[in-house]
Structures are given as C-alpha cells and as structure tokens.
Design a protein. Structure first.
Length: 454
C-alpha cells in the first residue's frame, strides 16, 4: 500500500515478517510453479530482445556494403537510432506499466519489435534502416518496466532476489546467443537457397538472418497470455500515483535511492565500456580476429554472468530472510573484487590470464541489475514501481551506453596518447575508477539502510 506522508517505510525485519505472511496468503500469491513460470516467460522475452538488439552487430559490414553506407551512417542507424529511441521511451513505458495491464504491454512489445526486426531486413537506405532500428529500440524499451512490475506483484518477496537475478540473466544470455547463434545462423543462411521462400527469397543473407529471428518473436509473444495478470499490491484508493508523489518518495528515501543510483550507474558504466573496448583490446594485445574472439566471449557471457546473477540473487534472499540488508551487503561484496579485477583486466600479460579475469569480471559485472531491482521492489509502492525502475534504467542507459565508452575513448586519445599501451592503460584507469566509485556508493547504501531502520 502506498505510504502516506509522515509514515515510516517498512524496515528489513518488517519485510521479512511480511514476506512470510504473504507466502501464506494464497489470494495474493499463486503457487511457486506459477510464479516461476511468470519469471521464465519474462526472461525469455527479454532474452529475445537482446538477441534482436545485438545480432545485427555481426552483419554491420555486410549492411554497410549492401546499402552503400558510410561507417558513420552504419553506426548511427544500427546503434544510435536504437539507443536514442530505447532511452526516450523509458519513462512513458514506466507510466504505462503503472497504469495499464502489463501482460498486454509485454505481448505488444514483443510482437512490435519482431515486426521491426523483419523490416530491418527490407531496409534499402540509411533513412529506412535508421527508422526501423529506432522502432526496434522503442518497442524493446516497453518491456523492462512492465516486467519488473509484474515480478514485484506476481512473485512473493522471499523469492524476489532470485526472480530478478533470473530476469537479469537475459542481458547476458541474449547478448551471448546473439554472437554464438548469430554466427551459426548467418552461416546456415549463406549455405542454403532461400530463393523460393516467400518474402525471404528477395533478401540478402544478413537480412534473412535478422528476419528469421524476428519471425520467432510472434509465437513467443503469445506466451504472455499463459500467465495471469497479478493484482497490484496497493489499495484501490492509491492505485494511481502522480509524478510529484514519486519525486516526494525519492526525496524521503534519498538515503537509499541516491546511493543505489550511484552503485547502479557506476557498474553500468563499467560494464558497457568493457563490452565495447574488449574487442579492440584483444586485437591490439593478442592479435585475435573477430572470428577468434567471438565464441569465447559469447560463451563466457552465457556461463559466468548467469552464475554470478543467480548467486547474488540467492544471497540477497537469504540475508533478507534473516532481517539483514541483503542488497546492500551484496553490493559491497561484489564491488570489492569488481574494482580490483577492473584494474587488472586490461593489463594481464597472457591471453590465458585475460580469459580468467574476463570470466571473473562477468561473475560480478551485472549483479547491479538484481541489486537495483530488488531494492526498488522492497521499498517502492506497486503503483510507482514501473516509473521508478524506468528512471533508473534511463539513467543507466544514458550514462552507461551513451557516455561511458566515449569517456574511455577520450582518455585514450587525450590522456594516455603517446604512451606504450594507451588502450590498456586507459581501460585500467577508467574502469578501476568506476569500480572504486561503485564501492563507495555500496557502503553508503548499507549506511542508508541502517539509518532507515534506526
């Protein structure tokens, strides 16, 4: 229920007691199997979104050649158009998640981005490719706020950590599959004749691969109707919350929400800068080609990342069940090795050591997703969950995707230019700084929880 001004928000101990009571309330939470089915469906949707988002990266050179584009045009159409639309839709998507049926929003989002992905395959110019990629970004931006809100209301609080960690796995699994399966798919398309297939027969091989992934989205979208829309955990009188009330809530809970933003943004900037700069690093230091680096990078994403997320989610649930500050403690435990590994990552002398550090980094790098979502689900009223999580996602997107890789480039070109190893030194410096900042905010988050309960 939405708290009135002046009321104290529930403490961690209150949450643990409430969780047990809610577990016994069959009218509020369905059976565990139905709860996990909801999580599985949402994770599948999000995984498909990340496959659609990233698989086109493998085809960038072919797209550039076939559409007669410049490097700048190709990057703008494939990357910038997607990111701009994805961030722009964030807050409206959160508003819709708080107001309308989330299951329907999810189904429409999956179907819409699948259609836009197919249209990418029939693009014939920079403008048409730019517009349809923006359409993919906008449609995929509709998914996260409704998904987080559905998990908050459809999964019992004692399972939130694990549920959000499983959903967070979609980032890694989807990106990994985009590289691993994407390469196999384009190889299959090139070696088979599609000339007699309706619509696909007139497309280039890269376009057919993208269209096939898009076509898979339509039947998958129907899974949204295999789980029920969970009731919102708020009173009817408080079912609608204004943006002014959300800002007042942020101000009231600033001791937690501001450090949480610091942790999530620092780790998002570290993760996204790593994603972009690892390939150039591998090429420069160890002479690997894209074909040689793609499979191991994809497999580490598929293996190490999900293990780290599941471990973090389980630890949060276990600590919260005992009345401790699970998310804050987990953030601290993750931030210490993350800062150390971020510094060592680009400077290790051998390729074997690099893969070990890369895998270790991935164990911790995306745990900020489960920390962020669990904290917000713990303290935020259901009626503002969509918009509040959307606000964090927008900030992470703007600073993590839009700015962090460029900041690393600026350090390479203006701080360490002329040195023996400008890229490795810049990566160690910038990424290490992100790790240290994340650790500082993780400690402040823990202190915020202690102050809140005092």
């Amino acid at each position: 229920m939405l708290q009135r001004s002046g009321e104290l928000a529930p403490t961690s101990a209150d949450i643990a007691v409430a969780s047990k009571a809610q577990e016994r309330d069959d009218g509020l939470f369905r059976s565990p199997s139905r709860q996990w089915w909801l999580v599985i469906c949402l994770t599948l949707f999000s995984t498909l979104a990340y496959i659609d988002k990233n698989i086109i990266v493998l085809m960038m050179r072919s797209i550039q050649t076939d559409l007669n584009l410049t490097f700048t045009q190709t990057t703008l159409a494939v990357g910038t158009a997607f990111a701009f639309a994805n961030v722009l839709i964030g807050i409206p998507a959160g508003w819709m998640a708080d107001r309308y049926q989330r299951r329907a929003i999810v189904a429409v989002a999956v179907a819409l981005w699948s259609l836009m992905a197919i249209l990418c395959g029939v693009a014939t110019s920079f403008l048409t490719l730019f517009l349809v990629r923006a359409g993919v970004g906008m449609a995929e931006g509709l998914l996260p706020p409704s998904s987080y809100s559905l998990i908050k209301d459809g999964v019992s609080p004692s399972r939130h950590g694990r549920a959000f960690s499983i959903f967070g796995m979609s980032v890694l699994v989807g990106t990994g599959l985009a590289f691993v399966v994407g390469g196999l798919l384009i190889g299959y398309v090139v070696s088979h004749d599609f000339s007699g297939v309706l619509l696909l027969g007139q497309m280039k091989p890269w376009a057919i691969a993208i269209a096939l992934v898009g076509l898979a989205g339509f039947p998958i979208a129907l899974l949204a109707f295999t789980f029920a829309e969970p009731a919102r955990q708020t009173s009817r009188a408080k079912s609608e919350v204004s943006f002014a009330e959300i800002w007042r809530f942020i101000g009231k809970e600033r001791a937690i929400l501001i450090p949480l933003a610091g942790v999530s943004v620092a780790h998002a900037m570290l993760t996204n800068s790593l994603n972009l700069w690892v390939p150039p690093l591998l090429n420069l230091r160890f002479g690997l080609t894209p074909a040689q680096m793609g499979f191991p990078l994809g497999m580490l994403l598929l293996i190490a990342g999900p293990i780290g997320l599941i471990a973090a989610g389980s630890l949060i649930d276990k600590l919260d069940a005992t009345g401790r500050y699970g998310s804050a403690i987990t953030a601290i435990l993750v931030s210490v090795p993350l800062a150390l590994l971020a510094i060592a990552h680009a400077l290790v002398p051998t390729l074997t050591q690099f893969w070990i550090v890369q895998g270790s980094l991935l164990l911790f790098a995306t745990t900020y997703l489960v920390v962020t979502s669990t904290v917000i689900a713990r303290i935020a009223p259901s009626a503002m969950m969509g918009r509040l999580i959307a606000l964090y996602l927008v900030i992470q997107g703007v600073l993590g995707i839009g700015i962090a890789p460029t900041l690393t480039a600026l350090v390479v070109e203006h701080v360490f230019v002329g040195t023996a190893q400008p890229i490795p030194t810049s990566m160690a410096t910038v990424h290490g700084l992100y790790g240290v900042i994340g650790l500082i905010f993780a400690v402040l988050l823990y202190l915020g929880f202690r102050h809140r309960q005092a």
